[in-house]
Design a protein around this ligand. Structure first.
Ligand SMILES: *Cc1c(COP(=O)(O)O)cnc(C)c1O
Length: 235
């Protein structure tokens, strides 16, 4: 794979987003530092990723396996980086995902969870996973409905080579802050319900460039930001 210069570097953009996150944490009564930033680097060059690393960013999200693998390889000498797979998962891709990522946020079936468990190499720590939930019911969106979350979480917790860390969602696009909050709220309730039932979840991954404040207001612990850091993606 060729890495081309895109001439559009993410100078100081991660720190600008971190400042914004801190402002939203404060505005909505959250503890400073309680929300982590995942920099979403799909369609971004290694130069842009390096610029983000230079700013202290270490966790990155990728959606397409074929695109991600050469990037992960390129940065393999930097041991502190954390790669999160956030795209839709085909069964024939699970082995490479289990071997190369430290997190998979888009688990949406027990079949996929079992494959990741079986294929996670022994020399690596258990693979961190989130269950992807479809909160808005759109047919085009991936993820399980809310009423299947407890069952899948229970099934996943018996698989030793994966570690259930939390829930993730990509909601329907809404422009209105209150509507954004309303559709994220049930996921926060489900997150709290699972923890009350004894699951030890620490990750509620919701909030993208256009609904980051609503997600933080609703209790996100991780926001996944691409466009607001790197600019509009080249298609
Ligand atoms: C692309 C993507 C993001 C980032 O979206 P932006 O609107 O560019 O911030 C977050 N989560 C997932 C699952 C994505 O595919």
């Amino acid at each position: 794979m060729q890495f081309e210069m895109q001439g559009r570097m993410a100078k100081k953009k991660c720190s600008a987003i971190m400042n914004l996150i801190h402002e939203f944490e404060k505005r909505h009564g959250k503890i400073r530092g309680s929300v982590k930033l995942l920099a979403v680097t799909k369609n971004q060059s290694v130069e842009n990723i390096q610029t983000a690393i230079d700013e202290g960013q270490f966790s990155f999200g990728e959606s397409y396996l074929q695109e991600a693998l050469p990037k992960i390889e390129f940065f393999s000498s930097q041991k502190n980086l954390e790669w999160h797979f956030i795209g839709s998962i085909q069964a024939n891709k699970t082995k490479k995902i289990a071997e190369n990522f430290s997190w998979v946020q888009s688990v949406n079936s027990i079949q996929i969870a079992k494959r990741l468990h079986e294929q996670r190499p022994d020399f690596l720590p258990p693979l961190n996973i989130c269950l992807q939930v479809n909160v808005s019911g759109e047919k085009t969106k991936s993820g399980i409905p809310l009423n299947e979350v407890v069952t899948l979480a229970t099934e996943c917790s018996s698989l030793s080579r994966i570690k259930l860390r939390g829930l993730m969602t990509v909601p329907a696009a809404k422009n209105n802050f209150d509507e954004q909050r309303t559709q994220l709220h049930p996921l926060k309730l489900m997150f709290d319900e699972l923890n009350a039932a004894g699951f030890e979840l620490d990750t509620l991954s919701m909030g993208m460039s256009d609904d980051m404040e609503a997600a933080i207001a609703e209790g996100a612990t991780m926001v996944r930001i691409g466009t607001a850091i790197f600019g509009t993606r080249k298609k």
